[in-house]
Design a protein around this ligand. Structure first.
Ligand code: CP
Length: 319
């Protein structure tokens, strides 16, 4: 595997899930694979789970790991070609990328959407340049439009907790004070559409996602109706995708907060969120602390999803 940015890069999901289960049974079975190999993790944005789980996954495989926080201690990077670099950015990504590639075997990149220019964000300019110019296998640790390691961990978690072959999975928008990218929601929709689950999306009018990700999924604007009979509630905030409101917060209506009354409409659903989560905006304390909440095992599975991806990349490296 040379790149991992979307569900299609993983191939058949049943095989990937079997591999994840195998790694989870013995996550140290492949420690020889990464010997004398180096993973470089590059962060343009903050992280807790991705940083730790991906580093742990690489260490499980016997790799050396280097972490670069671009905004802390590195030269400020210019990402646009053709810019006269007379400002505060001292280095261009086009030199920085091959230099970074020369120090490692595999690269992970986190670079969020700027939420100012939809075309620029949806072109995925940063991770695309890493794929093109680094000369190394590259995986996304959340890019502008997708968060595939999260979605893979979400899928592993649903498979572990589901009690029926075709569960009803509901992706619900929930309020947040700041504008957030659509990446987690896009990606979750894309991965759920790749399964045969009964997948429903609910959000207020104006929060429609890019149909390239949601495909034929049912959109239900009445959140309570969407929750009826659900087996999994996946909460997430995202800012508006549709023009002319791209990147804007259109609502902070706390009537969309996931609470116990709404969870009571479900079929005893499990509560999921990628974390970090704003309590009593996205979800009430009692729901996230309830025994139906699986946010912690969901986060723990980030180690497993990362390990499957890095293992496959290591297996594809020339000897
Ligand atoms: N879910 C997730 O990606 O968490 P971090 O932003 O903390 O990495």
């Amino acid at each position: 595997m040379n790149k991992f940015t979307c569900v299609a890069d993983l191939g058949p999901l049943d095989r990937a899930l079997a591999e994840a289960a195998d790694i989870k049974r013995n996550r140290f079975a492949y420690t020889g694979l990464g010997r004398n190999r180096t993973l470089l993790m590059i962060f343009f944005n903050s992280s807790l789970r991705t940083r730790l789980s991906t580093q742990k996954a690489a260490m499980n495989l016997g790799m050396n790991v280097m972490v670069l926080d671009v905004n802390q201690g590195a030269w400020k990077l210019e990402t646009e070609r053709g810019v006269i670099m007379d400002g505060d950015k001292a280095e261009h990504l086009l030199e920085a990328i091959p230099v970074m590639g020369s120090y490692c075997d595999i690269i992970g990149v986190r670079s969020f959407a700027g939420l100012k220019d939809r075309d620029e964000d949806y072109e995925e300019r940063v991770i695309s340049q890493f794929i093109r110019y680094s000369g190394r296998p590259v995986f996304s640790m959340e890019a502008a439009t997708r968060h595939p390691l999260q979605s893979f961990a979400d899928l592993i978690t649903i498979e572990e907790f589901k009690t029926k072959p075709r569960p009803k999975v509901v992706l619900t928008w929930a309020p947040h004070p700041k504008a957030l990218p659509q990446a987690v929601a896009n990606s979750f929709a894309e991965w759920m559409n790749a399964t045969d689950y009964d997948f429903v999306i609910t959000h207020p009018h104006g929060y429609e996602l890019d149909p390239a990700f949601t495909g034929g999924a049912r959109v239900e604007y009445d959140q309570r109706r969407a929750f009826e009979g659900a087996d999994f509630i996946y909460a997430k905030n995202w800012s508006a995708y549709m023009a002319p409101n791209y990147g804007k917060v259109l609502s902070t209506d706390r009537d969309w907060t996931v609470d116990a009354a709404k969870m009571a409409l479900t079929d005893n659903a499990r509560f999921m969120h990628c974390l970090p989560v704003r309590r009593n905006m996205i979800v009430t304390d009692d729901v996230i602390e309830s025994e139906r909440s699986i946010v912690i095992p969901e986060a723990a599975n980030r180690e497993i999803s990362a390990q499957v991806v890095i293992k496959r990349m290591l297996e594809g490296l020339p000897h």
